[in-house]
Write a protein that binds this ligand. Structure first.
Ligand SMILES: Cc1cc2nc3c(=O)[nH]c(=O)nc-3n(C[C@H](O)[C@H](O)[C@H](O)COP(=O)(O)OP(=O)(O)OC[C@H]3O[C@@H](n4cnc5c(N)ncnc54)[C@H](O)[C@@H]3O)c2cc1C
Length: 377
């Protein structure tokens, strides 16, 4: 990685090398922009590398709008993955996954049937299965399952390996990807961003700055621009379950807010629990028990022989709508911040920001985003 010199002119500087920043740098460079990405750790060292790597529309309490947004992002993932795989040169253990959104009683059936309608309306592949059919697909599922929505349009991958591939693909597309470099401020003159200030006091000049700084964004925007943004760090915890020799799950399951999915390396991911612990997030036994209780209830036949506990923080936004678009009150600064499903949304956010900068096209999400209602003061 080349260290940027203060006299290098980059048209665009992306701050933050998580999945959103790297995807954005990859897309902008592919479209011909001169891009430098600055990351204070390494690619994926924030929320991204600790995530489950699910590209799964409807991974939360999502309404039809968010499911459609997820479907838009999934389509972009499918479009760009072959090139990222080729240029990245890393096997990131990608797999197509089918998720059973399981119901064990009438109110749960109403919820997962609503998800079925929303998935289908968004053009995604999903069908209703009864409990017996679900257990034929995966015999370790609980007899208490009465039915569910089988969502067959999801991808899952190993996020750390994927980030190696994506950052390499961004470099191959022409982006200057720089790790170990913290941005400590913005250089602004007459209401226009002129560059970013680095930790050593030098300035990297540019005409546009994209903040893909995840959970750090609210603090940075408050310190640098005096903007109070509706985004906060939120703790998420997941488990890696070691099953020993039994075969991987034939189908992933989602129940009571928890995803249980086999990774290609044989580990089973179970997550995530959410708590507002902010930057102090650390794995807790309480969250581990909460997750294990749900695994035991919906997949009693799983019986893991080992458990690894992982916690990290991600940005959380109102109604899980991303903060995307121009920062209010200053020209040349753009935000690109997802909520707690940012792995899924990254492809769409990268595309929206790329189209805005390269072609001046505003995606309709930018008017719906909480960012559109932020007062520049
Ligand atoms: C346990 C867990 C499981 C999850 N599972 C999923 C899932 O299956 N699917 C899904 O869609 N989402 C999932 N998520 C959420 C997802 O990980 C995040 O929404 C997503 O990774 C956010 O990506 P990002 O690029 O916006 O942020 P980050 O990955 O946090 O990247 C931001 C980067 O900015 C850098 N940075 C910050 N400030 C500066 C600065 N001043 N200068 C330079 N660099 C800076 C940080 O070092 C960091 O690398 C999960 C999260 C967790 C914690």
């Amino acid at each position: 990685m080349a260290v940027p010199q203060s006299n290098i002119q980059s048209t665009v500087v992306v701050v933050g090398g998580g999945v959103v920043g790297c995807f954005t740098a990859y897309r902008l460079a592919s479209m011909g922009a001169a891009v430098t990405l600055l990351e204070m750790g390494g690619p994926g060292s924030g929320a991204t590398g600790n995530s489950a790597g699910n590209v799964q529309p409807a991974s939360g309490d999502d309404d039809a709008y968010r499911i459609a947004l997820g479907a838009e992002s999934l389509a972009l993932w499918r479009k760009h993955l072959p090139q990222i795989k080729e240029w990245g040169g890393v096997d990131y253990q990608e797999q197509d996954v089918r998720y059973l959104y399981a119901a064990t009683n009438d109110p749960e059936e109403i919820d997962v049937r609503r998800i079925l309608d929303d998935l289908r309306s968004a053009g995604l592949k999903a069908e209703w299965v009864d409990g017996e059919t679900a257990r034929e697909i995966e015999p370790r599922l609980s007899p208490s399952i009465t039915g569910g929505t089988l969502h067959q349009d999801c991808i899952q991958m190993e996020p750390k390996l994927f980030m190696t591939a994506l950052s390499r693909a961004a470099s191959a597309a022409g982006a200057n990807v720089v790790g170990g470099t913290q941005v400590v401020g913005l250089d602004i003159a007459a209401g226009q961003a002129k560059g970013v200030i680095l930790q050593d006091g030098t300035t990297l000049e540019c005409s546009s700055v994209i903040l893909a700084t995840g959970a750090w964004t609210s603090k940075l925007m408050s310190d640098w621009l005096g903007l109070e943004l509706p985004v906060e760090p939120y703790g998420l915890q997941k488990l890696h379950l070691n099953l020993g020799t039994p075969p991987p799950l034939h189908c992933a399951v989602r129940w009571d807010g928890v995803n249980i999915v086999s990774r290609k390396d044989g580990l089973v991911h179970a997550g995530s629990s959410f708590d507002p612990a902010g930057f102090d997030t650390k794995p807790s036994l309480q969250a581990q028990e909460w997750l294990l209780e749900r695994v035991a209830a919906i997949m009693p036949g799983l019986e893991p022989s080992g458990v690894e506990n992982i916690a990290a923080f991600a940005a959380s936004t109102p109604d899980r709508i991303p903060l995307v678009g121009p920062a209010p009150g200053v020209d040349g600064v753009f935000l690109n911040v997802p909520s707690t499903d940012g792995f899924l949304m990254s492809a769409a956010l990268a595309e929206m920001t790329t189209q805005l900068l390269m072609n001046g096209e505003r995606h309709p999400l930018m008017d719906r985003s909480p960012l559109a209602r932020v007062d520049a003061g």
